[in-house]
Design a protein around this ligand. Structure first.
Ligand SMILES: C[S@@+](CC[C@H](N)C(=O)[O-])C[C@H]1O[C@@H](n2cnc3c(N)ncnc32)[C@H](O)[C@@H]1O
Length: 235
């Protein structure tokens, strides 16, 4: 069973609490750094969710287009930046963009949610829409996904940065959204292997090779070591 749009609409009521969570902010920053954004770069954010990354890329001067199949995600994204370019699109079908039309393509923690038999063509679509010299940056959650690890990593880093008292206040203020996040995270975990799969460490690398990419980086751990990141180029 692939997760439904109504699942995401419910999850998105709580999802943006992640903006207060250090490992998620670090992930967004790593993606922006790896993308090496130059002013005016045309960037596709595939599976943009509530547009946290798209909005950040826009602030860095990118001409970004965020796509997602959840209209609720796009609605929340638009409320953050009314002029942002967002488009409803199911990644299981070919992208509605011309060949060689983007400088960069990024996808954050989305592709593992697609049926694995569709992934080769999704990566080929990314290759097709990138300009020669363009770059792709991909992260996905791995089989080690345990939602509580994000929370513990946040608390550890927060207490180092702000001290114990502020950490206790932060924990109390985040209790309700954290419980909800654990619920949705566990739901995703329980439903994996039923239409979608968490990635293995080398999965992205293999898919990037199959799609024709060059200069593929080795996988690096991100997001409290629950995700893997690869970059690659279209020569
Ligand atoms: C975990 S969220 C990640 C959102 C965003 N990239 C982020 O990092 O905050 C996964 C996203 O994948 C989207 N998604 C799932 N299946 C999809 C599909 N077939 N086509 C497009 N988007 C899809 C969901 O709607 C959701 O926004």
């Amino acid at each position: 069973m692939v997760l439904s749009k109504s699942f995401w609409a419910k999850y998105f009521k709580t999802y943006d609490v992640l903006n207060k969570v250090i490992p998620y902010n670090e992930l967004i920053e790593v993606l922006c750094t790896k993308l090496e954004i130059k002013k005016g770069d045309r960037v596709l954010d595939a599976g943009c969710g509530t547009s946290n990354l798209s909005v950040r890329l826009e602030k860095l001067g990118a001409d970004v287009i965020g796509t997602d199949y959840s209209l609720e995600g796009l609605r929340i994204g638009r409320s953050k930046s009314p002029g942002i370019k967002l488009l409803q699109n199911d990644l299981n079908i070919n992208l509605p963009f011309k060949d060689c039309s983007f400088d960069k393509v990024v996808s954050c923690n989305t592709l593992y949610l697609l049926p694995s038999e569709n992934l080769t063509s999704v990566f080929k679509e990314f290759y097709r829409v990138l300009k020669p010299g363009g770059k792709v940056v991909i992260t996905n959650l791995t089989g080690d996904f345990k939602p509580y690890k994000i929370y513990f990593n946040h608390i550890r880093k927060f207490s180092i940065k702000y001290g114990q008292l502020k950490t206790i206040i932060s924990i109390i203020s985040l209790i309700i959204p954290t419980v909800k996040m654990f619920y949705y995270g566990s739901y995703i975990q329980k439903n994996s292997n039923q239409g979608f799969n968490f990635f293995e460490t080398n999965d992205q690398q293999k898919l990037l090779i199959l799609a024709g990419f060059n200069n593929i980086s080795p996988p690096t751990k991100v997001f409290a070591s629950l995700g893997i990141l690869n970059t690659a180029e279209k020569l």
